[in-house]
Ligand binder design. Structure first.
Ligand SMILES: NC(=O)c1ccc[n+]([C@@H]2O[C@H](COP(=O)([O-])OP(=O)(O)OC[C@H]3O[C@@H](n4cnc5c(N)ncnc54)[C@H](O)[C@@H]3O)[C@@H](O)[C@H]2O)c1
Length: 321
């Protein structure tokens, strides 16, 4: 991690990823150098700089970036896959026009660098599902996936045309224990831990054999920082890096949780999200991320489950969940 101090702004900062990215950035750059923004209001005990920001309002994006003299934007504001299938117009608007506003402010020279996450939802049923290559067929079947492919291309266009330094990763499902996930197809892999601890059982909305790529939050945040710190000239796939970490199905995850809680039971009641999951890869070839910015994950399935169970059990004992 580079040691130089930057002033950073995070959009969508109160979501699953932002809730853990912001404290990490505050530790790295100093609380005074991190501006968190979201369309929602933060809790009363929120610590650090916060401004309410709807990313669809170009003037507001511009005023904040200019007013706080922001060097880098982590653009996390988005509507995720399952939520996006419920409201496809909103998903297009937030995910494309919101991103376009951040790009525009960078094109005007008001900020230097943008992080914009893509997703495994960029792939589709025609994409090879095992060890999915970096350069492959992108035929998403969800509006979310359509916006992610468009976002990758838009970011690349702004880099080629206007030298805007945009960087992005095709994130797998993110597993975490601070903020709940925001309506994605991989949410089961977080919910299962809370239900195992609180109720001892979980009804899964995907089939038992649905293998999907996942990543634990500490590895996800490490990937963000490693990519943002990489020398620009090394980045050949700058807006769309495949990223692999974990790949497992609900039955395998349940078996790992049962090692900590032998009484835990799981049942399966697939819903509309099964179709989305069936159009996504099972495992990812991330050799470009490894070669171009030295990506390597720290957690395997067992270590991730150990850590999740330990942290959430402690929170449960304190009455927090
Ligand atoms: N969490 C995952 O598993 C995952 C996987 C792949 C990609 N991603 C991507 O990572 C990014 C962050 O995901 P997340 O899981 O934190 O999502 P999330 O749904 O938990 O959080 C998104 C945040 O954006 C905010 N938001 C929505 N509309 C807004 C608007 N108009 N203006 C400002 N803020 C708005 C929401 O209030 C929310 O706090 C997204 O781009 C998402 O597509 C996430």
């Amino acid at each position: 991690m580079g040691s130089d101090i930057r002033r950073v702004m995070v959009t969508g900062a109160l979501g699953q990823i932002g809730s853990e990215l912001v404290p990490r950035l505050q530790r790295l750059f100093g609380t005074q150098n991190v501006l968190a923004t979201d369309i929602k209001e933060p809790s009363s005990d929120y610590s650090g700089s916060y401004e309410r920001l709807d990313v669809l309002e170009l003037d507001e994006v511009r005023n904040l970036v200019k007013g706080y003299d922001i060097d880098e934007v982590y653009h996390l504001a988005a509507i995720l896959s399952a939520a996006g299938e419920m409201r496809p117009d909103l998903a297009w608007d937030v995910n494309i026009n919101g991103f376009r506003n951040v790009l525009e402010v960078a094109r005007e020279g008001l900020t230097n660098k943008i992080f914009h996450p893509s997703s495994i939802a960029a792939f589709g049923t025609e994409t090879p599902r095992l060890n999915t290559p970096q350069d492959t067929v992108l035929t998403p079947r969800t509006m979310y996936g359509v916006t992610k492919v468009t976002g990758e291309l838009l970011g690349k266009y702004f880099f080629d045309k206007f030298s805007v330094d945009v960087r992005g990763i095709r994130l797998p499902g993110v597993i975490s224990n601070v903020a709940p996930p925001g309506g994605g197809t991989t949410d089961y892999a977080v919910e299962i831990f809370y239900e195992a601890i609180k109720k001892g059982s979980y009804e899964c909305f995907l089939r038992s054999d649905t293998t999907l790529p996942m990543i634990y939050m500490p590895d996800c945040l490490k990937a963000f920082q490693d990519l943002m710190d990489a020398p620009s000239e090394n980045l050949k796939h700058r807006t769309s890096y495949n990223l692999a970490s974990l790949s497992f199905n609900p039955a395998e995850l349940a078996a790992e949780i049962q090692k900590h809680n032998p009484q835990f039971t799981i049942t399966y009641e697939p819903d509309f999200r099964q179709k989305i999951a069936d159009s996504w890869p099972m495992s990812i070839d991330d050799s470009c991320a490894r070669e171009e910015w030295s990506w390597t994950p720290d957690y395997d399935l067992e270590e991730m489950v150990d850590d999740m169970c330990f942290i959430l059990s402690a929170r449960h004992e304190k009455g927090e969940i």
